[in-house]
Design a protein around this ligand. Structure first.
Ligand SMILES: [Zn+2]
Length: 270
């Protein structure tokens, strides 16, 4: 499942391709999708494309005015992709919907059909419930007060979308490795210095992954069908039995937490 860096990559790739283009229509091919039918979309422009939590948001705007919205909000879930195509291309296999714009189209391709697409009338409608990890205003103290009182293992806490948005199984392992914190530690047991390290690692790891356009795995592809290269830089994820790149002494181990694999180095993650 795409996590924050992969979704950010899709939004960043689509934005320069779509911004300013006049919208013609949204075609829906899969009737399991029910995006709604706001009036007056035709002839509006795409304002910008951005990420909100793990959703890709296509903002519409009126030409020559500050009037913004509605917003077309896509959650990719397991296998969803948004593919940009110039001109009037053929409908791709597993295409569930298509946003037609001036001289091009974005296809929502999703073989397993878990993804969602909806028109939102206000920004509150798609605001994620958890903290945004890359919000410049998110301090270590703010992160710490959200963690306070949680007896969950810190790895599990990091993946709670109602607390911190966009982090899944891969980056939770990577962040804890970078911070030198064991994934099984109770979240509330971290001291102030560890919270500062965790806060820094959350941002460092996610930003680094965004720079490399995310991690390539089963179905993630960026907006133009390119795949990320962060896979080669993963510190622990999928590296069971390999030498730790952080301390160079440990051997990466795998444990299962809530039916998901967690990878960590027993030497440098305490
Ligand atoms: Zn290590």
């Amino acid at each position: 499942m795409p996590e924050l860096p992969e979704v950010e990559t899709v939004a960043r790739q689509l934005d320069p391709l779509l911004a300013g283009r006049v919208i013609e229509r949204l075609q829906v091919f899969d009737h399991r999708l029910d995006p709604g039918r706001p009036r007056g979309i035709r002839g509006r422009r795409v304002g910008r494309v951005f990420r909100a939590g793990k959703q890709v948001v296509i903002e519409t705007a009126a030409t020559g005015s500050v009037d913004r919205g509605p917003w077309l909000v896509c959650h990719l879930r397991m296998t969803g992709r948004l593919l940009w195509q110039e001109g009037r291309p053929r409908r791709p296999e597993h295409g569930r919907a298509r946003l037609c714009v001036w001289q091009g189209a974005v296809d929502f391709v999703d073989p397993r059909r878990f993804g969602t697409l909806r028109w939102c009338r206000s920004e509150e409608e798609f605001a994620p419930p958890g903290l945004e990890p890359l919000d410049p205003g998110l301090s270590a103290r703010r992160l710490g007060s959200s963690i306070a009182g949680s007896r969950q293992p810190i790895k599990i806490w990091l993946m709670r979308q109602d607390r911190l948005t966009g982090i899944g199984n891969i980056y939770a392992s990577e962040i804890l490795h970078e911070a030198g914190i064991s994934p099984s530690r109770p979240a509330a047991g971290l001291d102030a210095a560890e919270l500062r390290r965790l806060h820094r690692s959350v941002r460092t790891v996610l930003r680094r992954a965004i720079r490399h356009c995310g991690t390539t795995f089963s179905d993630f592809q960026g907006a133009q069908g390119v795949t990320g290269s962060y896979q080669q830089r993963l510190g622990v994820y999928g590296r069971e039995g390999a030498r730790c790149r952080r301390c160079r002494g440990g051997v990466i181990e795998r444990v299962v937490q809530q039916q998901r694999s967690t990878f960590f180095c027993p030497e440098c993650q305490r």
